[in-house]
Design a protein around this ligand. Structure first.
Ligand SMILES: Cc1cc2nc3c(=O)[nH]c(=O)nc-3n(C[C@H](O)[C@H](O)[C@H](O)COP(=O)(O)OP(=O)(O)OC[C@H]3O[C@@H](n4cnc5c(N)ncnc54)[C@H](O)[C@@H]3O)c2cc1C
Length: 506
């Protein structure tokens, strides 16, 4: 007998969210971290719309929004001149109930997650480090070391490696972490500054081969700067200070920094692990993929890894699905991580490339594109879709089937503003949506299987969103469409569950 269902190694955002979602679904977890307390630096700033949509499942979206700051707009500068201002507050108003980019620094975010977890009766065990693990076939045995040097062997049905970019779990399960490291040295600095115009907004400025990203915390004169360190200063990063950073772009913005609260440099890697699963061990978050912070995707991707895996672990541990369901975690999330790493790599290489042509494109061509985007609603929306992770889909997954209207199995359910069809989604469980009338046999089938059926009286807005009248949309516990059946038939529903050997009750 294993001592717990899931041992979670690492209590960063990924591990904390996994612990929350597993506990909420009735699994027993133990969550350990080698550090003495939650992170105290701001690091990841943006909480994307898709994360907020899923935070609704644990009634956390409103608390995060209340504690965060909605960036009003992003300004683009090239060589000291402002070229575009893109309003962000309602950039995705037709796409998501959360149509903005929310700034909520990672240290505050982690504290909120720790509190929510405590409220569910689970405390993070600090100064407890995973040293090694062994897959015993029907459980995992992990060797843990406590702060006082004491060693303990602990057993769990499954082990989740949420232990960051230098993951011990990844080393233990073997396999590569292929990719590379950018030659530039990056810095992040939390500063007190003035001169930023408009104040309280986001800015990205390019100058020669240099760039700076400025984000507002929504507090007077408090900003986060991200940029590159001057080439000749990168030999001993540990000795660097804010004075060493590249200043062309900063000067172009006419920022006057009066105080530096926190300054850190880091090398940016772009890598994806070969295996997201090996036997009973999984890799999630930075342990599985790292990439540039351009676009603010890193932490959000880890959180979505955790939510993807949590319902599958819950189904398998409760005996409602075969162990093979867990393979779909790797299939779905590794494919996404690879695409993300490639995209951010292209973006980042573009933002930092040296040479006359790159500089010309960055400071002359890109601003024209940005100002066009600012005028075009379509382009603004397209940018929101990408950054917010609302276009992410699992269409290629073995768990996805069918197509009804424009919506395929594996897609995120389109959100319809008129009626907020996301209202039933906080429930973590399978559910059926029918836009129009459900057939009588479908109603009876849902009743018989205790599967919530949500019917929405047909209206043209559903068609505009790509939904088909009277079709059956079966949703997974993480709210993605599992099956889209235009005929709304019970036979297709039955076949979906039978083929995957998933049961709705234990
Ligand atoms: C300086 C800096 C700036 C950043 N800026 C941004 C940004 O602007 N935008 C963005 O999206 N991302 C940014 N990131 C990245 C972001 O912080 C990560 O993507 C995010 O923290 C990943 O979360 P995680 O939970 O997967 O891993 P982590 O937050 O790294 O958490 C891993 C946890 O595991 C613990 N641990 C490690 N090994 C063990 C072990 N053997 N046993 C027990 N516990 C262990 C660690 O103590 C740690 O608490 C930044 C990172 C840094 C360092």
């Amino acid at each position: 007998m294993a001592q717990t269902d899931v041992l979670i190694v690492g209590a960063g955002p990924t591990g904390l969210v996994l612990a929350l979602w597993l506990t909420r679904q009735g699994l027993k977890v133990r969550i350990i971290d080698s550090s003495g307390g939650p992170g105290e630096t701001s690091r990841a700033m943006a909480v994307q719309a898709r994360t907020l949509e899923l935070y609704r499942q644990l009634d956390m979206a409103d608390a995060v929004i209340a504690a965060g700051y909605k960036t009003p707009a992003m300004n683009m500068w090239a060589r000291g001149k402002r070229r575009a201002r893109i309003a962000l507050i309602d950039a995705g108003e037709e796409i998501s109930p959360y149509p903005f980019v929310l700034i909520f620094p990672q240290d505050r975010h982690e504290r909120l997650l720790v509190e929510r977890l405590l409220a569910l009766g689970v405390a993070v065990e600090r100064r407890t480090e995973l040293r090694s693990l062994e897959d015993k076939g029907d459980h995992v045995a992990a060797v843990l070391q406590h702060g006082d040097g004491r060693e303990e062997t602990f057993t769990a049905l499954y082990l989740a490696g949420c232990d960051g970019a230098r993951s011990t779990v990844r080393r233990q399960i073997g396999g590569g972490f292929e990719g590379g490291t950018y030659k530039q040295l990056f810095y992040v600095a939390d500063v007190v500054a003035n001169g930023i115009d408009p104040a309280g907004e986001g800015h990205i400025a390019f100058d020669k081969s240099d760039f700076v990203l400025v984000l507002s915390y929504g507090e007077a004169d408090q900003y986060r700067l991200v940029g590159t360190v001057r080439g000749e200063r990168t030999e001993h990063p540990e000795n660097l200070a804010f004075e060493d950073v590249a200043k062309d772009a900063i000067d172009g913005l006419q920022i006057k920094v009066s105080h530096v609260n926190w300054f850190s440099t880091y090398r940016v890697h772009h890598r994806v692990a070969d295996h997201f699963r090996r036997g009973r061990a999984f890799l999630l978050g930075d342990a599985a993929h790292v990439h540039s912070p351009a676009g603010g995707q890193g932490m959000n991707t880890g959180i979505l890894d955790a939510i993807n895996l949590a319902w599958k672990l819950a189904a398998v541990v409760k005996g409602r699905a075969p162990d093979g369901l867990l393979d779909s975690y790797a299939a779905e999330r590794q494919a996404f991580a690879r695409t993300l790493v490639e995209t951010t790599d292209r973006l980042f290489s573009f933002a930092t490339a040296g040479g006359g042509f790159a500089e010309f494109v960055r400071t002359r061509i890109a601003p024209i594109f940005a100002s066009a985007a600012y005028r075009s609603e379509y382009l603004r929306e397209a940018m929101f879709r990408i950054v917010s992770q609302t276009t992410l889909n699992y269409e290629e997954s073995p768990l996805s089937a069918g197509k009804a209207g424009d919506v395929k199995g594996g897609d995120r359910l389109p959100w319809v503003r008129d009626t907020d069809n996301y209202q039933p989604l906080p429930a973590i469980g399978w559910q059926v949506h029918v836009y129009g009338e459900a057939r009588a046999d479908v109603r009876a089938w849902c009743d018989q299987h205790h599967l919530p059926l949500h019917m929405f009286a047909w209206r043209p807005a559903y068609q505009k969103a790509g939904l088909a009248q009277d079709a059956v949309y079966l949703l997974r516990p993480d709210t993605y469409v599992a099956l889209a059946d235009p005929h709304g038939s019970v036979a297709t529903l039955n076949r979906y569950f039978e083929e995957r050997r998933i049961r709705l009750t234990s």
